[in-house]
Design a protein around this ligand. Structure first.
Ligand SMILES: Nc1nc2c(c(=O)[nH]1)N[C@H]1C(S)=C(S)[C@@H](COP(=O)(O)O)O[C@H]1N2
Ligand SMILES: [Mo]
Length: 195
């Protein structure tokens, strides 16, 4: 299992970012109800890619997978250390689709209508994972199962639960919370909480 809980060093910060408190619980934060995911769930990749993809959950899980130990920082002030996630990294998925030269930004889409955005460079990191397993169990529905994104170098609102697809963009755009006053950049070690 790869341990990426030292990534705070890159941001000249402590493991617990400023203004956060550690919790052993895993609180649930969603803008609405947990959506029901259709049985014929597919995962779509579109936009500035060589090959647009539509993958079943089985096909998605057949991509090269990895397990990582990560910390999880919520913008509302709690951090959960040592989350063991299994999944497919963003660079692995991007390599499968083939990123075109004009792609600069990413929009993640989710089954509850949620969206969140990041620059492509912030996504092309091995610790940005599409994950279906937490601490050895299937990812609970309220935490985004069957599939969610985790982005441990950002506040957790940058990780879409119930992710349905990834859009490669040639211009930056803002997602659900980024349009509503949360920081577009969301670096926990700089306390970039609100815009
Ligand atoms: N699809 C979707 N993803 C989402 C959200 C949401 O409402 N819908 N909430 C975000 C927010 S604000 C946070 S803090 C984390 C919370 O993840 P958790 O419920 O697993 O703790 O999910 C993020 N991803
Ligand atoms: Mo949040």
């Amino acid at each position: 299992m790869k341990d990426v809980t030292d990534l705070h060093r890159e941001f000249d910060g402590k493991r617990l970012p400023p203004g956060q408190r550690e919790t052993s619980r895993f609180p649930v934060l969603s803008k609405g109800e947990t959506p029901s995911i259709p049985n014929d769930w597919t995962f779509d990749v579109w936009g500035a890619v060589d090959e647009e993809l539509t993958l079943s959950f089985e096909q998605f899980k057949d991509l090269p997978t990895e397990s990582q130990n990560q910390d999880f920082h919520c913008v509302t002030g709690w951090s959960r250390f040592d989350c063991r996630f299994r999944g497919v990294s963003f660079p692995t998925l991007a390599e499968r689709a083939g990123v075109t030269d004009d792609a600069v930004h990413i929009m993640f889409h989710a089954h509850d209508g949620y969206t969140t955005n990041l620059p492509l460079a912030d996504c092309m990191r091995e610790e940005v994972l599409f994950t279906w397993a937490l601490d050895g169990d299937p990812l609970p529905a309220e935490h985004g199962g069957p599939l969610r994104v985790v982005v441990p170098h950002k506040y957790a609102y940058k990780g879409a639960k119930w992710v349905s697809g990834v859009e490669f963009l040639t211009e930056p755009e803002r997602g659900y919370w980024e349009k509503r006053g949360y920081s577009n950049t969301a670096n926990p070690w700089e306390e970039e909480r609100y815009a």
